[in-house]
Design a protein around this ligand. Structure first.
Ligand SMILES: *[C@@H]1O[C@H](CO)[C@@H](O)[C@H](O)[C@H]1NC(C)=O
Length: 279
């Protein structure tokens, strides 16, 4: 079997996959000990969310470091006042009491956002890294107050299959440039948006050979796509006048936005699983 470099879109952790991979646990203490004071990472080739505009369902997941700092490490989406949807690889093996979530900001340095504490998380029982079911739900407390502008949930209640060539929108604070913490990485703090299109699963599987039906792909030309730190964040599309979430950022190839598809967990496949965990 060909060894391919696949990449969980989190903080530069590279996983070499030959067949079935173990679900890896990222050592966030070691990561944040090693990076400088300005290591936020974001979407490649997108654009800043304009000043005074919010992506009201966007969540920043933050880790309480040994130095007592709260650092962004994954995205998420608000699906109810007290529930956040994210990727399983963002929480796998992590201590919930060191994770909080922030809503109502477009700039990570904006201190006027709202913070809530993760009480517990549940990963999908079928989660297999880089293979399937990279999805998790966080219970948070206190619940966020919905103000309709800065903080508002996203609809995830659909089991409709989303096909190819649909316009979708990714948002996140992941790297704006290739490859994590290298000398070329750029780490501004304003939320990025990127519009691109879904790709047929069969086509996607030509490159991402481990792809399953529980996933959905999106692709843009070279230089656009998801990157480190976008993990767990939302991919949404229009649904009449409003929006619905169709994907959770899961993984890509080792070099972000290098003309290979981004792989998302296909939210519609987990409709029942999510519903059962909303109460
Ligand atoms: C989880 O983190 C909390 C707060 O930092 C700490 O008190 C607790 O001992 C940690 N639990 C484990 C199992 O590491």
């Amino acid at each position: 079997m060909e060894a391919r470099l696949t990449f969980v879109l989190l903080l530069g952790s590279i996983v070499l996959t030959t067949g079935k991979a173990m679900n890896s646990v990222i050592d966030l203490d070691a990561y944040f000990d090693n990076v400088d004071g300005n290591s936020q990472e974001r979407v490649v080739g997108g654009y800043d969310v304009p000043a005074d505009e919010y992506v009201p369902y966007q969540i920043s997941m933050q880790f309480l470091t040994r130095n007592g700092k709260m650092r962004h490490f994954c995205g998420g989406s608000l699906i109810a006042p007290n529930r956040v949807l994210t990727a399983a690889h963002c929480v796998n093996g992590q201590n919930a009491s060191r994770i909080s979530v922030v809503a109502g900001i477009r700039d990570l340095e904006d201190t006027s956002g709202y913070r809530s504490q993760v009480q517990s998380y549940e990963m999908n029982a079928n989660y297999e890294e880089l293979v399937t079911s990279d999805i998790a739900i966080l219970k948070i407390d206190p619940p966020f107050e919905m103000d309709g502008k800065r903080v508002s949930p996203i609809d995830v209640s659909s089991n409709e299959l989303v096909g190819a060539d649909q316009e979708v929108l990714l948002s996140g604070w992941g790297s704006v440039f290739h490859f994590g913490t290298g000398p070329f990485a750029k780490y501004p703090t304003v939320l990025q948006k990127l519009s691109y299109k879904t790709l047929d699963n069969g086509k996607c599987k030509e490159t991402m050979t481990q792809l399953t039906d529980t996933e959905i792909c999106a692709l843009e030309r070279f230089g656009k796509g998801a990157c480190n730190g976008d993990s767990g964040g939302p991919l949404v599309m229009a649904n009449g006048e409003s929006l619905k979430q169709v994907g959770v950022v899961s993984y890509g190839t080792a070099f972000c936005a290098s003309n290979s598809p981004d792989v998302y967990t296909r939210v519609s496949m987990f409709d029942a699983w999510i519903k059962e965990r909303m109460a």
